[in-house]
Design a protein around this ligand. Structure first.
Ligand code: FES
Length: 105
């Protein structure tokens, strides 16, 4: 079952499958959140969950502390939706479909 993810305050939203991280789902839809390692090690993709439920895959405590988890923060690269979710996050930018084109080798 696909879940609807809304990003506040910008209001953008995207569909995300349960086996797709919030970071992957956003990127697939052209919505770029801050990220770096994409392995739960750096904390760059930290976002706040406003509502909904996620499954958090293993991560480094240096990237996300227990106090931050208690305050409803998560790592977008390690978070898999289990319901519709609203997150508070800043977008790096949007890529419109067809905006980028791969150059020939
Ligand atoms: S991008 Fe590094 S923890 Fe998510």
């Amino acid at each position: 079952m696909v879940h609807r993810i809304e990003i506040r305050p910008c209001g953008a939203s995207f569909d995300c499958a349960p086996d797709e991280s919030l970071l992957q789902g956003a990127a697939r839809c052209g919505l770029h959140l801050f990220s770096n390692c994409q392995r739960g090690e750096c904390g760059t993709c930290k976002v706040k969950i406003r509502s909904g439920q996620i499954k958090l895959a293993p991560f480094m405590l240096s990237a996300l502390s227990m106090a931050e988890i208690d305050a409803d923060y998560t790592l977008a690269c390690r978070s898999f939706p289990r319901s519709d979710v609203v997150i508070a996050a800043e977008l790096v930018g949007r890529i419109e479909p067809g905006h980028y084109e791969r150059l020939p080798d």
